[in-house]
Design a protein around this ligand. Sequence first.
Ligand SMILES: NC(=O)c1ccc[n+]([C@@H]2O[C@H](COP(=O)([O-])OP(=O)(O)OC[C@H]3O[C@@H](n4cnc5c(N)ncnc54)[C@H](O)[C@@H]3O)[C@@H](O)[C@H]2O)c1
Length: 460
Amino acid sequence: MKKRDKNSQLEMLEGAKSMGVRAATSVSAGAAVGIGNVLSSSIHSVVQNSSLAKQSFGYAILGFALTKAIALFAPIMAFLISSVFRSKDWSDPSQQPNYRAHGPWKPSAEANQRIARISAHLHPSNVQMEESSILGRTNCRAKGGAPGFKVAILGAAGGIGQPLAMLMKMNPLVSVLHLYDVVNAPGVTADISHMDTGAVVRGFLGQPQLESALAGMDLVIIPAGVPRKPGMTRDDLFNINAGIVKTLCEGIAKCCPNAIVNLISNPVNSTVPIAAEVFKKAGTYDPKRLLGVTMLDVVRANTFVAEVLGLDPREVDVPVVGGHSGVTILPLLSQVKPPCSFTPEETEYLTKRIQDGGTEVVQAKAGAGSATLSMAYAAVKFADTCLRGLRGDAGIVECAFVASQVTELPFFASKVRLGRTGAEEVYQLGPMNEYERVGLEKAKNELAESIQKGISFIKK
Ligand SMILES: NC(=O)c1ccc[n+]([C@@H]2O[C@H](COP(=O)([O-])OP(=O)(O)OC[C@H]3O[C@@H](n4cnc5c(N)ncnc54)[C@H](O)[C@@H]3O)[C@@H](O)[C@H]2O)c1
């Protein structure tokens, strides 16, 4: 290499070095911590190292060339972009980015409804907000969701309530599902709301949210209360559950007086008369709409009879009448479908097992509660028949504990026909054998006391 070239190269290197020092000084001034510290130490290491300085010089030349190129092409790019914008008429909605093939984009109704649905389970409905928004209560059957009925479960976080909520979320007849409890309702609601079924789920926690939970409901299912422990009868639950049922029914009378009520809380033989008295007091009592759930007795009867007959339980239909406790549970084995006969031993075994089915589960659970899963199944089976009746399906018949003239008692469980207004027809008991007639008298004696206990609880 010539000496002149060497000198000029050294001058350029010195220039580059001094430029690097100036840059390093100015950048370091702003580099206090973190990324700034790392950056300034890197620049210093470039200045100290001559081979790195050579690289820096190369980059400087490259940068200069790029700047020139951008300066040359910028006016051409600007001209192209502005001509594209001039060709659009932005006052025409069809030229706007959100325009859809079926018409101009409307942000309000659809967007608001989606937001309401997404946040439904996180924020219980706020009456004031709903009144002022375009989303009225009647529109709760959210667009895109399943058309159907609005159902509330009171006591939704309990042993029965949780699987019941899950199964009702799977029911295609349900469009809105309200889950109310005094504990853990938000957790259960968040969990259930992730199921990709049609019903929109909302959670409600504690007494202040009871009215919001009930407003506008078509069907209210009540498994709220305490369950039995070993050694307890259903009647032992009376004092706690009577008060709970009274409060909840006062809410129903106020917020959804036309709803069908499915009462599960024990003792059903007393809680149904309690509910009736509350509704009478409020002036909203319609006997057709108040149904005590005795479906679990029917479910058990079908299962146990099918075992004895060696049949599929789904093919068996056993009417169970009377009430929902001990001897008040009266299976009419002489009326089983398909027609069949039992020996006296089989009749005795089956009747006892059906009557003691609840106790069998209470003892097996050894203090951890009573029947919950089979009860949730039975409750959903019964609720589904109520919803199909509400829809107007013909020939919907199930057993339930209702206001009745079938015996001299004011309430009695027997087959009822479910329709648009609830239990539209209460069927007679039909022909019974001697064993069943004796059983009926025992059932009536105990039932009379339990019914009176419920009525007195409200009237006292
Ligand atoms: N009808 C039947 O065939 C049948 C069968 C089994 C159980 N039961 C009855 O169902 C009831 C519930 O049983 P479980 O095993 O689910 O009991 P659980 O204790 O597991 O659940 C009861 C739920 O009710 C809630 N609760 C209590 N007070 C409430 C109130 N004031 N408002 C709203 N929620 C309230 C509790 O927080 C709890 O989540 C019991 O009374 C039980 O005897 C009935």
